[in-house]
Design a protein around this ligand. Structure first.
Ligand code: URA
Length: 243
């Protein structure tokens, strides 16, 4: 693939800008500036720099973000900064055929929720992961206002009725992890589901952190507010329903 096309697919701006970046000696491959925009490279796995910043070619983007509290998952946030401001411009600008530009969050976390957020520009993957039919387990570490008792745990496992649907929603797994803490596994993703389930059993969520999706745990060495590409193994683990 021509270097100018590589830059374009990776979100470095309109084609003319990508051509200009190369012509102006601002792109290096293996340490050397390449000034011919039409020079061919094998894109898969290609590492290069643009204006001194390292980048890695990915045909499709699959990444994990460690969401901080105080960020909204919307592109057009109402009160807090958007999580998209935590990503470098190329990830927000990647051209997507027939879709919105850039990577999208797969599902949303509340402004005050922290933890694992997956993002991608692969429409089919986003659709599959967000589909209610695809019961990927999501694990939440919940801090509660009142002590968690056995009755509350039993009710969360049996199912509670929320105000927008007469069918009960139940936790796939639930275990106390402290006096005021529990680990809850859900296979659906209703609006404010954890907070509403805890309210339905007479408790209240004071902190919420998503620690796992499918078989993939949020990497312990990924700092809050940082993102990382998913490896093919991590990508397979994410979509895996098994615990
Ligand atoms: N459930 C909630 O209540 N909030 C989240 O952010 C995620 C799940």
């Amino acid at each position: 693939m021509q270097l100018q096309d590589i830059l374009y697919t990776q979100g470095f701006g309109p084609r003319r800008l990508c051509t200009g970046l190369v012509q102006n000696g601002l792109v290096t491959v293996a340490g050397d500036a390449v000034t011919d925009p039409a020079e061919d490279f094998e894109p898969e796995g290609l590492r290069f720099t643009v204006e001194g910043k390292p980048w890695e070619y990915h045909a499709k983007a699959y990444l994990v973000l460690h969401k901080p509290a105080g960020y909204e998952c919307s592109q057009k946030p109402s009160a807090w900064p958007s999580i998209y401001t935590l990503l470098p411009a190329p990830l927000r600008q990647r051209p997507v055929k027939g879709g919105q530009q850039g990577v999208q969050a797969i599902g949303r976390l509340d402004q005050d929720t922290t933890g694992m957020l997956l993002m991608s520009d692969d429409g089919a993957f986003i659709h599959r992961m967000s589909s209610p039919k695809h019961h990927v387990p999501k694990v939440y570490e919940v801090g509660t206002a009142d002590p968690v008792d056995a009755k509350q745990v039993a009710r969360l496992l049996e199912g509670v009725v929320l105000d927008d649907d007469p069918r009960p929603v139940r936790a796939a797994a639930c275990e106390p992890t402290g006096v005021n803490a529990l680990r809850l596994t859900l296979t659906e993703g209703k609006y404010h589901q954890v907070k509403r389930m805890l309210a339905a059993v007479g408790n209240r969520v004071v902190s919420l952190h998503r620690s796992r999706i499918g078989n993939f745990a949020l990497p312990g060495d990924l700092p809050v507010g940082q993102w990382r590409w998913l490896t093919p193994e991590q990508l397979a683990a994410v979509a895996n329903r098994g615990q």
